[in-house]
Design a protein around this ligand. Structure first.
Ligand code: SF4
Ligand code: F3S
Length: 86
């Protein structure tokens, strides 16, 4: 799966949402909790590793799970946790 890390915080550009073919990036701007979230999250169960979101993000917040920088490793769990109670 792919993971959204720290650069998304304060940016939330949402270009990634538009290019994802399986709509596995949430919350989208029309969802109720969009404004309450610091960043967006990728559903690790739904992501098909297509790589489209990586180029779309203007702040390079997205990497594949096995390429998340050491200092951002916690974001693997942060992305997955968003989907735990859905
Ligand atoms: Fe969506 Fe593809 Fe990015 Fe996974 S890698 S979140 S499927 S755009
Ligand atoms: Fe965030 Fe980049 Fe998407 S800033 S919302 S990961 S396009």
């Amino acid at each position: 799966a792919y993971v959204i890390s720290e650069p998304c915080i304060g940016t939330k550009d949402t270009s990634c949402v538009e290019v994802c073919p399986v709509d596995c990036i949430h919350p989208t701007p029309d969802e109720a909790d969009f404004d309450q979230r610091d960043q967006l999250y990728i559903d690790p169960e739904e992501c098909i590793d297509c790589d489209a979101c990586v180029e779309a993000c203007p702040v390079d917040a997205i990497t594949s799970e096995d390429q998340v920088p050491t200092e951002w490793q916690r974001y693997i769990a942060i992305n997955a946790d968003y989907y735990k109670n859905v």
